[in-house]
Design a protein around this ligand. Structure first.
Ligand code: GRF
Length: 202
């Protein structure tokens, strides 16, 4: 009788409401090759912390503000908070702090992020407004491996969403967000099982 493969330990980093974190945690409740071991926020007031605790997932915050512009000190505090949880995989989910190459290097090949655009289009902020301004016919979201360059790592999954007449950045974001919640768990399932085939939705 071969022992069951241990489930990958996943830490999820958030900054706000954590709807993507909640979707990942919910997906990992079932038959899933990974399990959540920590939710970590850079803001003690992040709404996602209460959601994590309600789901029985340990949650903590490392407030980035006291560190000012000292990214290295903030990231050392992040690492100290992560270490006891011994994560195998880090999922950035609505995490709004830019991480240095030094931090990323420690998790090379095992850190994911969800970004609300069809990368490589529109890395950075205001993605839906930029897609609308460009007159694109579609928008969407991407899950990618995190590398030192912002929003530029290998894409592991995408979901495409039509842009409709009269769309605003808000209506488009509301149409994309549920697809983020479907895409991220699907990518994490494959990634944590060592399967790197891209997930393409719908
Ligand atoms: C989502 O659009 C996500 O793509 C972006 O931040 C938004 C909020 O994410 N990074 P969440 O609800 O905090 O997961």
């Amino acid at each position: 009788m071969t022992p069951p493969t241990p489930r990958a330990r996943v830490a999820i980093l958030i900054s706000g409401g954590g709807s993507n974190m909640a979707a990942l945690v919910a997906a990992m409740q079932g038959d899933f090759p990974a399990r959540p071991v920590l939710v970590l926020a850079n803001d003690p007031a992040a709404g996602g912390l209460a959601k994590a605790r309600a789901a029985g997932v340990p949650a903590a915050a490392v407030d980035h503000r006291p560190f000012g512009r000292d990214r290295a000190a903030f990231e050392a505090a992040l690492r100290a908070a992560l270490e006891p949880a011994a994560p195998d995989i880090l999922c950035l989910a609505g995490f709004m702090r830019v991480l240095t190459g030094g931090f990323v290097a420690r998790f090379a090949g095992r850190m994911l992020n969800i970004h609300p655009s069809l990368l490589p289009k529109y890395p950075g902020l205001d993605t839906h407004a930029r897609a609308l301004a460009a007159g694109d016919a579609e928008a969407g979201c991407s899950v990618h491996e995190v590398t030192a360059e912002l929003d530029s790592g290998p894409v592991l999954g995408q979901a495409r969403v039509p842009i409709l007449p009269g769309d605003t950045p808000e209506t488009l974001a509301a149409r994309v967000l549920p697809w983020e919640h479907r895409l991220y768990p699907a990518v994490l399932r494959r990634f944590s099982a060592g399967d790197r085939r891209p997930v393409l939705l719908p």
